[in-house]
Design a protein around this ligand. Structure first.
Ligand code: PTJ
Length: 244
């Protein structure tokens, strides 16, 4: 079903061919994780929900793959948080921006920013992802990003923003630079994140703050890598590392 959605996104001009490569890499990593949301990812989802609830101006960044795979769930998360969706593309074109915006609006989105009316640049970033909306990502305190790698997260963090990344690759630059990285498939993670936000809304700011402060992203990434390696050891039948 996920492949069908990505291929349909390609034929409708939402996804780029490179998006199919990114999806294939994601599938392989998901297979290594056991195609389930791990307890380690659940911990990151909880911290991400707390951070989103504490944020004054959270923004959800949407690319082609995200729109095709979890467009509807992103619209629901955006409504739950009262946070705008912003189309931000690596392979940017006016035609794709329009198609993705229309797709999200057709799914019930209230506000979809595209940076066409109030375009500004993220300092120090060369790719087209530098082009953001002044009202959106540029003035956000927290940005949720997914299915991308590269230096945008580093530059957003350098601007003083908090970045929540959803990335199946715990070794990617995005995963390592983000404030909170959720190593999980977006298709499982975004609905869980929305549920957590709804549940944790009743917590006080002090309680939310202590959840965020208790989260260590580098440790969480190491635990995801350790889970993959334990799983492979179990599947290989060699529980102990082989000697040279
Ligand atoms: O729509 P555009 O123009 O912004 O382009 C989107 C792509 C995906 C083509 C662009 O962002 C890209 O090339 O991304 P990368 O550098 O291939 O990085 C994609 C990352 O997402 C990789 O680390 C993948 O492992 C990860 N990934 C792929 N599928 C999923 C995923 N992470 C979570 N859930 C997935 N389903």
């Amino acid at each position: 079903m996920e492949r069908e959605r990505i291929v349909k996104g390609l034929t409708s001009g939402i996804v780029v061919p490179e998006g199919l490569l990114a999806h294939g890499r994601g599938e392989a990593l998901d297979y290594l994780l056991g195609e389930e949301t791990t307890p380690v990812a659940m911990e990151a989802i909880k911290a991400a929900a707390a951070l989103l609830l504490l944020s004054r101006r959270p923004v959800i960044s949407v690319n082609g793959n995200a729109a095709a795979l979890v467009g509807e769930e992103l619209v629901r998360l955006s409504r739950e948080l009262g946070a705008p969706l912003e189309v931000n593309l690596f392979y940017r074109s006016a035609d794709r921006i329009r198609r993705i915006k229309e797709h999200l609006l057709s799914l019930g989105a209230e506000e979809v920013l595209t940076a066409e009316e109030d375009l500004v640049e993220v300092p120090g970033l060369e790719s087209a992802r530098r082009l953001v909306s002044r009202r959106g990502i540029y003035s956000a305190d927290t940005v949720l990003v997914m299915m991308e790698d590269g230096d945008r997260t580093e530059k957003l963090v350098a601007m003083g923003k908090k970045v929540i990344a959803v990335d199946l690759n715990p070794l990617s630059r995005t995963a390592r630079a983000a404030t909170i990285t959720i190593v999980d498939n977006v298709t499982r993670c975004i609905p869980l994140l929305r549920e957590r936000v709804a549940e944790m809304r009743r917590l006080s700011r002090e309680e939310l703050d202590s959840i965020v402060r208790g989260f260590d992203n580098q440790r969480n990434l190491r635990e995801s890598i350790a889970l993959i390696s334990k799983r492979l050891a179990r599947l290989s039948g060699y529980e102990e590392p082989l000697s040279d």
